[in-house]
Write a protein that binds this ligand. Structure first.
Ligand code: SAM
Length: 211
């Protein structure tokens, strides 16, 4: 489900950018390390600020990103113009990464989700796609909005989100594990249990790539 105008303004505000850069990214690096020289996937890139951080702060060599909102794709492409040789922004759906990006199984060292799964009706199927496209040992970095936050009046009245099968932090962690994405102790909640972030590793023998 696409963002409405109010959510788009909130997500792209200076305050959110600061939170993403100084809090979320710092925690993701602390829990999962950087990605120097790695090949990254981002689902739901929005206006591309997270994509920029994946290149500039995580040290990824390249990022393939998808978003179904053409306005966001345009914004992201404009923002990332100077990284155009290493960043590919595609109009598409996290449920079909093969169709959108030609992503084959095991092709990425890391995948990123900055507040996207809670926008996807069938978020479990999106996790399936993420797990499929990660190489064994590859990392899934996630920051998510839980059912607790979505039930608050601000979210409920002002923003549009799927209403069925919302997840609490524990449900998301359990589903990661069901898809062979092992999170172990590498997660935390913040603002009570409204938000959850962490880093999961795809099970299986680690092939070559950044550790
Ligand atoms: C809350 S915004 C987050 C955007 C960006 N990741 C950020 O942190 O600024 C959620 C994004 O998910 C995208 N989205 C919704 N459904 C999606 C889907 N099925 N596949 C990929 N992205 C989706 C929306 O278009 C929107 O850009």
């Amino acid at each position: 489900m696409l963002m409405n105008a109010l959510e788009s303004a909130a997500v792209n505000s200076t305050a959110r950018r600061a939170l993403q850069r100084f809090f979320e990214l710092s925690w993701l690096i602390r829990l999962g390390g950087r990605l120097d020289g790695g090949r990254a996937l981002e689902i739901g890139c929005g206006s591309g600020y997270g994509t920029q951080l994946i290149i500039e702060r995580m040290g990824a060599a390249s990022v393939d990103a998808v978003d179904p909102d053409p306005r966001m794709v345009d914004r992201a492409r404009r923002r990332l113009r100077r990284h155009a040789n290493v960043v590919r922004i595609v109009h598409g759906d996290a449920l079909d990464l093969g169709g959108a990006l030609g992503a084959e199984g095991g092709s990425y060292d890391a995948a990123f989700d900055f507040a996207v799964l809670h926008h996807i009706e069938d978020w479990r199927a999106a996790l399936d796609e993420v797990a499929r496209t990660l190489r064994p040992g590859g990392r899934f970095y996630f920051v998510e909005v839980t059912s607790a936050a979505l039930a608050r009046p601000t979210y409920d009245r002002l923003f549009d989100h799927p209403e069925h099968d919302r997840f609490a932090a524990g449900q998301l962690l359990a589903e990661l594990s069901r898809h062979g994405l092992d999170v172990g102790p590498r997660w935390r909640t913040f603002i009570g249990s409204d938000y959850v972030l962490g880093v999961a590793r795809r099970a299986g023998p680690s092939a070559s790539g950044p550790e």
